[in-house]
Structures are given as C-alpha cells and as structure tokens.
Design a protein around this ligand. Structure first.
Ligand SMILES: Cc1cc2nc3c(=O)[nH]c(=O)nc-3n(C[C@H](O)[C@H](O)[C@H](O)COP(=O)(O)OP(=O)(O)OC[C@H]3O[C@@H](n4cnc5c(N)ncnc54)[C@H](O)[C@@H]3O)c2cc1C
Length: 406
C-alpha cells in the first residue's frame, strides 16, 4: 500500500514526486508511467526553452510560477550538472500595429519581475540578431535552452535515491476508490494507494474521469510541426527570435529556437492532431475522433477559432506559406534552408465555452489532485508547479513538513 501514487512520468509528475519526497522522506511513493521510458511525450518533444515569464497575465499561475520556476530550473541544472546555455531571446515587432501588443508584453514582463527585460530598437536588434528584421523588440537576456529529458532523468534519480518507486510500462487502466483506498489497475500489475496525483498530460482528463472526477475541461491535442535550418545556414540565428504573439491565443506564433546541439528549429504550425499522441500527419485514432466529434466543447472551440485553425492548416499543407511566416522575422531564409523535423503534441485544455485555457489548471477531488492544464511554460515551471501540488496535499500529508531544499 502506497501513501501517494503519482500517474505520469513526464516532468510534472517527476518534479512532484521529487518534491513530496524532499518534504517528507518517509512517504511511500509510487510513480506510474505507461511508456517504457520516462519523458516520452510532451517532456521529450518540446523546444527546450527555459522561458522568462514575460507573456503571462500578472497574478496568473503562469506568471507566479513561471518567473520563479525559470530561476529554479536554471539552478537545478547547475546543481545536477545538466548542460544549459543562456542564449537570450528577442520578441520582435515587424509592423507598427504590433507595437501596442509589444508594449503590453513589456508591462507584463515588468509586473511579473522578469529580470533585465529591455526594450530595444532596430540597431541593437541587429547587434544581437544580425539577420532578423524588426522595428522594435524586447530583449530577454536570461532565456536559456536545455534538454528537458535530461532534467526529467535527473529528477527520476533523485526520486529513487530518496526511496521512491518508479514503474514504467505500467499504463493505468482502471481506478476505483473504496473506503479511503485507491485500487489502481495497470498493465504492469495492480497497486493500492491512499492519495492519487494525476499528471497524465495528454490523458489527464481521461484519467480524471476514470477516477470519478468530472473535469471542467477537455484535452484537445495540437500537433506543433517544426522545421530545422540546415547546418550551413544555422548562423542566421544566434538565440531565440519570436514574433509578437496574437493575444487572443495561447500559442506563440512561428519562431526560431536555437537548440543545444547548435541547430535551429523553426515553427510551429499548430494543427489539430487526430490522435492524442499523433506525432505524424497520418496518425489517426478513430475512437478519439468520434469522442472529439461528440463533445460540444470541440464544436464551440471550432466556432470560435475556425479562421485561425484554417490558416494554421494552410501553413501546414503549404510550405511556401510557412516560409513566408518565418521570413517576416528572418527575411534571408530560403525554402532550401528548411527540412522537416520531429513534431510535438501539446495537451491543450478547452473549457465548457470552447475557450483555450491559458493558465495552468489544478483541481482537487476526493483523495486526488489533477493537473488538467500544464502547457508551456510548464516544463520551465515544473519545480514551482510541484511545490504548489505538494502544498495542496490534505492533512499536511507531505506538505506541512519543512522543506529543506536540496
Ligand atoms: C511542441 C512543444 C514545445 C514546447 N516547448 C516548451 C518549452 O520550450 N519550454 C517549456 O517550458 N515548455 C514547453 N512545452 C510545454 C512542456 O513540454 C509541457 O508543458 C510539459 O512537458 C508538460 O509535462 P507533463 O508532465 O504534464 O506532460 P507529459 O510530458 O506529456 O507527461 C505525461 C505522462 O503521463 C503518461 N501517462 C498518460 N496516461 C497514462 C496512464 N493511463 N498511465 C500511466 N501513465 C500515463 C504519459 O505517457 C506521459 O509520459 C512545449 C510543448 C510542446 C508540445
């Protein structure tokens, strides 16, 4: 019998398990992951950016946990010998009409306490990113890149070292709660536990329903399609170059991301995936499609965002349209500079009104905690999200004990 069972071996589940054991070393903790390897899904398929916290509405969980989370993530990497590189980021306005949105971002960044955020003009932009075009920009010097799979592995080592158990290849298939005990059926054997923490990423709403909860949101998967700039032309980009995002959407727009291996990713197109773990265009799950089509939230979302959805799809199907979007920021980019690179699938929570939920969403149920929305920058903020979850445990279970940070 375990005290706490965490479902999901992505960065959120791992960080949470680690935090609980750090606060309360005697907790009997089990982490269940359905894949043979940890960090197989969002945590292992992302851009690897330790974000700054500039985008988020002041007071939101993303703002509160993102800025401090970034500092803590950089510190975690240093302490665990995980390579990360401070490459800096520019958010670039290319047209006059984007200046007011840039100003809003600047104000948010200041309100959120983003370190050393500065507004720059075209000359300074050219010094930082000689191949970028823009009339004004924000410079975020602390933004760094990292391999979040390495971070997840280091967290797993900490968990094992502190006496926690991690079982991979154990898909949770049924959850039953009787007399204060969870009976958890998995493909790797059945287990029992007192408290459940659902960090199931793309499957978190399903796991919530399995646990008898009625999540207010539904997860809709969006595939983020990327290209890589061929190595001889990677010098077009020094760090991270992002556009001013559409404030109505929780997506950042087509951007350039330097990777730790020196390569540069360009993207994404954010298109509806026809399977929760549908990394390729041809990946389709009929069952999931039917489920989606039967859900009013999907239709409400489509009614609100069909225009944006169509333009993302058009860009996905037409490489020339994608190139044009990228050339707004780096005009010298040519079509033969780009080759397709692996996609990622984002778990996007959609609420009853069909709105794309922007903020992190954590809900309590009886003897359970559910992370229903942990999109970007949740990898950056994993350590602070974990603290929030550990502090929400009932009866001071693991939470109340003084936290001596490693
Ligand atoms: C394309 C892309 C780019 C991104 N870039 C960035 C970035 O640069 N910086 C940043 O901070 N964030 C970024 N993000 C967001 C970040 O990757 C996620 O917020 C974060 O990885 C979420 O972690 P997670 O643990 O919630 O989910 P996941 O990593 O998806 O983990 C959930 C785990 O639960 C497991 N699971 C599900 N169902 C079951 C079950 N029934 N039984 C057992 N296990 C189960 C899954 O197999 C999975 O391993 C990006 C995301 C995407 C998609």
């Amino acid at each position: 019998m375990f005290d706490i069972v965490v479902i999901g071996g992505g960065i959120i589940g791992l960080a949470t398990a680690r935090e609980i054991l750090q606060r309360s070393p005697t907790t009997k903790l089990l982490l269940l992951e359905k894949e043979p390897q940890l960090a197989t899904h969002q945590t292992g398929h992302n851009s690897g950016v330790i974000h700054s916290g500039v985008y988020y509405r002041p007071g939101s969980l993303k703002a509160r946990l993102g800025v401090e989370g970034a500092r803590r993530m950089r510190q975690f990497c240093e302490e665990h010998g995980i390579p990360s590189q401070r490459v800096g980021k520019v958010i670039v306005a290319v047209e006059e009409r984007e200046l007011s949105a840039l100003k809003t971002l600047e104000e948010r960044g200041v309100a959120n306490g983003v370190p050393d955020l500065t507004r720059i003009g075209p000359e300074r932009l050219r010094e930082l990113e000689p191949h970028a075009y823009g009339i004004a920009a924000l410079h975020l010097p602390y933004v760094a890149i990292v391999d979040f799979t390495r971070v997840a592995q280091a967290m797993a080592e900490d968990i094992r070292r502190r006496g926690g158990t991690i079982r991979t290849g154990a898909r949770v298939t049924r959850l039953a709660h009787t007399n204060g005990t969870w009976r958890i059926e998995t493909t790797g054997g059945d287990v029992e536990g007192t408290f459940l923490i659902n960090c199931g990423g793309l499957h978190s709403d399903r796991l919530g329903r399995m646990a008898g909860d009625q999540p207010s949101v539904r997860i809709i998967p969006f595939r983020g399609e990327y290209f890589t700039i061929r190595s001889e032309r990677a010098s077009l980009v020094n760090g991270l170059i992002y556009p001013v995002p559409n404030p109505a959407l929780p997506f950042l727009g087509v951007h350039f991301t330097k990777m730790l291996d020196g390569g540069v990713h360009v993207g994404p197109n954010a298109v509806l995936a026809l399977k929760r773990e549908g990394y390729r265009r041809g990946d389709v799950s009929l069952r999931e499609c039917v489920e989606l089509l039967c859900d009013a939230r999907f239709w409400k979302m489509s009614a609100r965002f069909w225009r944006v959805g169509c333009s993302e799809l058009a860009r996905s199907l037409n490489p020339q349209a994608f190139l044009q979007a990228a050339q707004r920021l780096v005009p010298e980019l040519r079509s033969d500079d780009l080759t397709p690179s692996p996609a990622g699938v984002r778990a996007q929570a959609v609420d009853g009104q069909g709105a794309l939920c922007d903020d992190f969403a954590i809900e309590r149920s009886r003897d359970g905690l559910h992370v229903y929305n942990a999109p970007s920058p949740a990898a950056t903020a994993a350590l602070t999200i974990a603290e929030t979850l550990a502090a929400s445990l009932p009866d001071g279970r693991a939470a109340a004990q003084s936290s001596s940070r490693a």
